[in-house]
Design a binder for this molecule. Structure first.
Ligand SMILES: [Zn+2]
Ligand SMILES: [Zn+2]
Length: 166
């Protein structure tokens, strides 16, 4: 607190000054907030369009094999990232499968996982329905292990899985 201020300005005048300041701040805030929100919305829409342009370009390069030398580096890095993401998700799924008890032993009723060959309790050999074990091949582009039936590689998104068969 400034003692000189208290001495110079009479006590009666002070509340008025404070009131005036408060109302000015309130008005400015009321005007600023919608403008900030509008700017934020416009920025969001703009960013969405930029991402869309990138997606379209990536799709062209991926599906039509169009080469854009300026973007080749980005394209290859995206391919690497796609592969890393694919492998990470696959490993996560494997872990989840291992921790899930999906079947019961037909002999003793013990819980079994997809990967069990024999029941851990009674030693009965386990038959897992075939449809769960899809035949795998490898992608000619990214070399990832992918289902034979895939039309597009689920890892890199290229249509190479088909050209391998024909
Ligand atoms: Zn058993
Ligand atoms: Zn692939």
């Amino acid at each position: 607190m400034n003692k000189k201020y208290d001495e110079i300005i009479p006590a009666l005048e002070r509340p008025q000054t404070v009131k005036l300041q408060a109302s000015v701040e309130e008005n400015t805030e009321k005007e600023i907030t919608p403008l900030q929100e509008t700017a934020e919305k416009l920025r969001e829409e703009r960013l969405g369009l930029i991402i869309q342009i990138g997606n379209e370009l990536h799709k062209k390069m991926r599906l039509q094999g169009i080469v854009e030398p300026e973007f080749t580096e980005y394209f290859h890095r995206i391919e690497e990232l796609d592969k890393e993401i694919y492998i990470t998700i696959k490993n996560e799924e494997r872990l989840r499968m291992n921790s899930l008890y999906l079947y019961n032993c037909t002999e003793c009723g013990s819980k079994l996982t997809l990967h069990d060959k024999f029941c851990g309790s009674c030693g009965t050999s386990v038959l897992i329905p075939e449809k769960n074990l899809e035949e795998l091949g490898s992608c000619t582009n990214c070399e990832e292990e992918i289902p034979h039936s895939a039309i597009f590689c689920p890892c890199c998104g290229r249509k190479t899985a088909v050209s391998q068969e024909s």
